[in-house]
Design a protein around this ligand. Structure first.
Ligand SMILES: [Fe+2]
Length: 239
């Protein structure tokens, strides 16, 4: 059961952490990440000077796509996470990582959730896809071997996807977009890049504690947004 957190006031140290991350990320945001992300950061009026007030972010976001960020304590487990998506909420960890280890967070925080995920939700099709994905996935939450295939799919697309664009390969996943180290790694020579493939993704295990050895590349966003029915059919018919 999700316990929504009240908004909190962040200290000047915490705002300083945000400022450092937001400022350092600017060139990457503008050049390495799918353009929607940068547009979302601007539309949601995120600025370097202080951690955005989620109430104000939601005032802009909700009329655009019907999605809102919801402050939560830490990591939501799979079923409650997808339930929130189904209700057009995205959980936002109500804390920010320590400033002396900016590249690491013990759980999804303001940088990962609010900065990394919410900008993408200014796109109505993206928001609709996530909502439907949540609604679909939770129907399988009591069948772990099927449910985990939805989790893999979410992981390798919304969290760690790459995408081809007319300006070259770009970061699509919020888990990459919210980390400079992940961006550099994902677009560098090390990971094995595989074209988006529903069957391969649903069978591809992942670890959350390492850089991903395999990443999947979308041809375009439509390929993702139209994939849900096929994904569900495959999971249901040949687990
Ligand atoms: Fe995430």
């Amino acid at each position: 059961m999700v316990k929504a957190q009240p908004p909190r006031t962040f200290s000047s140290d915490e705002n300083e952490t945000w400022k450092t991350v937001f400022t350092r990320h600017q060139p990457t945001r503008e050049n390495k990440i799918f353009e929607l992300f940068n547009q979302g950061v601007a539309t949601l009026q995120m600025k370097a000077d202080q951690i955005p007030d989620l109430v104000l972010v939601n005032k802009i976001l909700e009329p655009i796509s019907g999605f809102q960020g919801l402050l939560v304590e830490g990591l939501e487990d799979g079923a409650s996470f997808y339930q929130l998506l189904a209700e057009r909420f995205f959980p936002v960890g109500n804390f920010i990582r320590a400033k002396d280890d900016i590249g690491y967070t013990p759980a999804p925080d303001i940088i990962h959730d609010l900065y990394g995920h919410l900008p993408f939700f200014i796109d109505k099709d993206y928001a609709d896809f996530c909502q439907k994905f949540g609604e679909t996935a939770i129907r399988y939450s009591d069948r772990p071997e099927l449910f985990q295939q939805f989790e893999r799919f979410f992981w390798y697309t919304i969290e760690f996807g790459l995408i081809e664009t007319e300006h070259g390969l770009k970061v699509f996943g919020a888990g990459i977009a919210s980390s400079l180290g992940e961006c550099e790694y994902a677009l560098g020579p090390t990971p094995k890049l595989v074209p988006f493939d529903i069957d391969k993704i649903r069978h591809q295990d992942f670890r959350i504690d390492i850089m991903q050895p395999t990443l999947f590349v979308l041809k375009n966003v439509r390929q993702l947004f139209t994939s849900l029915e096929a994904l569900e059919n495959k999971i249901r018919s040949s687990p």
